[in-house]
Design a protein around this ligand. Structure first.
Ligand SMILES: [Ca+2]
Ligand SMILES: [Ca+2]
Length: 289
């Protein structure tokens, strides 16, 4: 981080601390249940932090508004009863107006479709991009995910740039926990891709309005044994399409039972070129393929 400071806001009356299924903290309306979360905003934007009912800060202010400046910032809250803490990392983005001829520095961003498809929030070009230096690559951005898997896989020197909707991060954390509750010893996911620049997305001959370009999407698989392919989730002794369908079913049931999340789910069975995986996104309305 170029600069960080840590205002400790003490939380008292931690009535919900032992209830993992209940709302914990709302960050710009996103329900965050873990102990580490990150948001990506351009300078001047405001991040609204709302503590759950029953929590108060030592300033007697249950709601906090953070105004983003030109440097990354870290905020931390601690439970007065101990044992609970929450860290919010606010990443300051390079404004999108700085993109020139489809580039930021030497890094190819490409061009976002204009006008946005359907003109929905899910198709609005990012307001800015995070400059990713080598030292940021393995930085944790939530409890179980670092920046690394979300970086566009296109060739190019550092600094690289990306945008992420932090609601995707909350989704991935919650979905990971849901899979764990099914009895799988899962830490993170294997990633096929996270953010894609329009430049890279075009090279992949992908659809014009891919949610990957808007930081809303990830292509993931369960890889507890870390051999680079989807695990034998249905435990039939074989690695094949049925495991991808099993994962898709888990995601479908999770999304259907989670009012916080509406979005896309895509099934990709294994081929000679890639393992089985699923696409997930938080576009705000259902899509299936
Ligand atoms: Ca595996
Ligand atoms: Ca199997």
């Amino acid at each position: 981080m170029k600069k960080s400071f840590v205002p400790i806001i003490t939380v008292v009356g931690c009535l919900l601390c032992n209830s993992p299924v209940m709302a914990r903290i709302l960050i710009d309306g996103v329900n965050v249940k873990g102990s580490l979360h990150s948001v990506f905003r351009v300078p001047g934007q405001t991040v609204e932090v709302a503590l759950p009912s029953g929590w108060q800060t030592d300033h007697d202010a249950p709601n906090v508004a953070i105004i983003v400046d030109a440097s990354h910032q870290t905020y931390q809250w601690q439970s007065q009863q101990g044992g609970e803490d929450f860290t919010l990392q606010v990443f300051s983005l390079i404004p999108a107006e700085r993109v020139r001829n489809g580039r930021l520095g030497n890094y190819m961003i490409g061009t976002y479709p204009v006008p946005p498809k359907q003109n929905t929030a899910a198709h609005q070009p990012p307001a800015g991009f995070l400059q990713v230096s080598p030292r940021l690559v393995d930085m944790q951005i939530t409890d179980h995910f670092s920046l690394r898997p979300f970086i566009s896989k296109q060739p190019g020197e550092f600094p690289k740039y990306l945008y992420l909707n932090d609601k995707l991060l909350a989704f991935l954390e919650d979905f990971r926990a849901a899979i764990e509750q099914q009895g799988f010893d899962i830490q993170g996911f294997g990633f096929i891709s996270g953010y894609r620049t329009p430049h890279y997305n075009q090279q992949l001959d992908n659809i014009n309005h891919s949610q990957h370009m808007y930081g809303n999407a990830a292509d993931i698989y369960v890889d507890v044994d870390q051999d680079g392919r989807l695990d034998d989730l249905n435990r039939d002794g074989q690695h094949n399409a049925s495991d991808a369908k099993f994962l898709f079913g888990l995601a479908e049931r999770f999304m259907r039972s989670s009012p916080d999340y509406k979005g896309g789910l895509g099934l990709y069975v294994p081929t000679r070129k890639h393992t089985g995986f699923i696409h997930v996104d938080v576009r705000g309305y259902p899509a299936r393929w």
